[in-house]
Ligand binder design. Structure first.
Ligand code: UD1
Length: 422
């Protein structure tokens, strides 16, 4: 039986919400713990489904992993297994982050081609070519990516696109390579900076994290550490857009606002009053939001993971919006669900044009990925009656206590089981 959310439209969300650690950081940090023998501790970990899934992947490699609230402890043995468990890995994209650490530690890695969200083609060619530059031989074999290396050597690497995952795997392999690696066109996302700061606290030598050129001087070994995961900028941004869509007033804590600079600027252009603090921000929207154009780009551009929220806001904004998706080709599948809610939107290739309406029209909608699911819940809050959002397991993968947080902010939303509605 699958869970659904019944969402009553017409709410005005107001109050304070604290965000937990970033999903897209914690999973990579858990993978990076493979690089050092001993016990690594992570704090501020979010309680989302992908964390126990990652625990299963690491246990399959020989680690002992305990999860206690927001604290995760990973004890990594001297000898790791280098074949990641096929079933565990296939369930979520971030599992591919064990490729770099395993290649560096074991000289061999076999990781099933990961599954995850239905947002478009997600090849691993840049991960493979990066590892090959470091001296590994890679291939795709029986549904898995295999990397083998007698020894990794530092190299000059330039990737075609600032891929987050490829940047991470190259860094986590290069930290134990002999010599210096210079990675050009690296991803600049805050989660890359978080990973590098943890690696530095483990003894790695890395400079330039957060810029397009990252320099890594390999060291013979790393030691375990304790590290606090950065706040989840996508969850935080979701709350900011929720405030604007429901003409509400939400203060978000647990997040560095510089990680959301452009999304918050867009909210200002849409008419919101935005205040930023050292560890959070407040978004208040008094009237109807105005239409603002967006194009998704790697950080510091507008994040593709907030594109569903931008679409949601545009469907109830005054005027016409154009949104261009430049990162994932199939992310506009979500628009079909918005059409069910009465949104006026037309997709043309990687553009969508939206004419905003005063109110959406309640119905049944289906989540296709984590962020689309959250976007549908926000849209349902702007509809006239009660909507049902299906396949909410996607949302549970990325938004801890979503229903509880929404309820505390004044929404009427309940979790139920699907079969009771047929
Ligand atoms: C990560 C995030 C995801 C976010 C995305 C972009 C995690 C678990 N997921 O995904 O939420 O939406 O960054 O910010 O952290 N590509 C290739 N070849 C490669 C690698 C990537 O063609 O070898 C392409 C992808 O198909 C995509 C683009 O590059 O079109 C960006 O992907 P990438 O930055 O690698 O995203 P992920 O790390 O998968």
């Amino acid at each position: 039986m699958k869970d659904i959310f019944n969402v009553t439209g017409g709410a005005r969300l107001a109050g304070t919400v604290k965000v937990d650690g970033a999903k897209n950081s914690v999973l990579k940090l858990m993978g990076a713990a493979l690089l050092a023998e001993g016990t690594t501790t992570l704090t501020n970990c979010p309680e989302i489904l992908d964390v126990p899934l990652m625990k299963k992947v690491l246990e399959g490699l020989g680690c002992i992993v305990t999860i206690d609230g927001d604290r995760v402890e990973i004890t990594t043995p001297a000898e790791l297994r280098s074949d990641a468990d096929f079933d565990a890995v296939r369930q979520f994209r971030a599992s591919v982050c064990v490729l770099g650490p395993l290649t560096a530690r074991c000289g061999h890695a076999k990781v099933a081609l990961p599954g995850g969200d239905a947002i478009g083609s997600r090849p691993l060619d840049m991960h493979q070519s990066g590892l090959e530059k470091l001296g590994a031989v890679t291939r795709i074999e029986h549904g898995a990516v295999v990397a083998e290396a007698e020894a990794l050597r530092g190299a000059k690497i330039s990737i075609d696109f600032p891929s987050v995952g490829a940047t991470e795997n190259i860094i986590t392999a290069a930290v134990l390579a002999s010599g210096v690696t210079i990675l050009d066109n690296a991803a600049r996302e805050p989660e890359i900076v978080d990973l590098c700061s943890m690696l530095v606290s483990m003894g790695a030598k890395i400079e330039g994290a957060g810029t397009s050129t990252i320099t890594i001087e390999g060291v013979p070994s790393l030691h375990p550490t304790e590290h606090e995961v950065i706040g989840d900028r996508i969850v935080a941004g979701t709350w900011g857009y929720a405030a604007a869509m429901t003409r509400g007033d939400i203060t978000v804590t647990g997040i560095a606002p510089r990680h959301l600079h452009l999304p918050l600027e867009k909210l200002k252009l849409a008419g919101a009053n935005v205040e930023t603090y050292e560890n959070g921000f407040r978004v208040r929207m008094d009237g109807r939001p105005k239409a603002v154009n967006y194009q998704t780009l790697p950080f510091p551009g507008f994040p593709t993971d907030l594109q569903p929220m931008a679409i949601g806001l545009s469907t109830v904004a005054e005027g016409m919006t154009m949104i261009t998706e430049n990162v994932f080709e199939s992310r506009f599948r979500f628009v079909d669900e918005m059409l069910r809610l009465g949104a006026k939107a037309t997709v043309d290739g990687h553009h969508v044009v939206i004419r905003g309406k005063e109110k959406l029209s309640s119905t049944h909608v289906w989540s296709s990925d984590i962020r689309a699911g959250a976007g549908l819940v926000l849209a349902a809050l702007c509809a006239d009656e009660v909507s049902t959002v299906h396949d909410v397991f996607h949302i549970d993968r990325g938004y801890p206590n979503f229903v509880e947080n929404l309820t505390a902010l004044g929404a009427t939303i309940e979790r139920a089981q699907e079969e009771t509605f047929y």
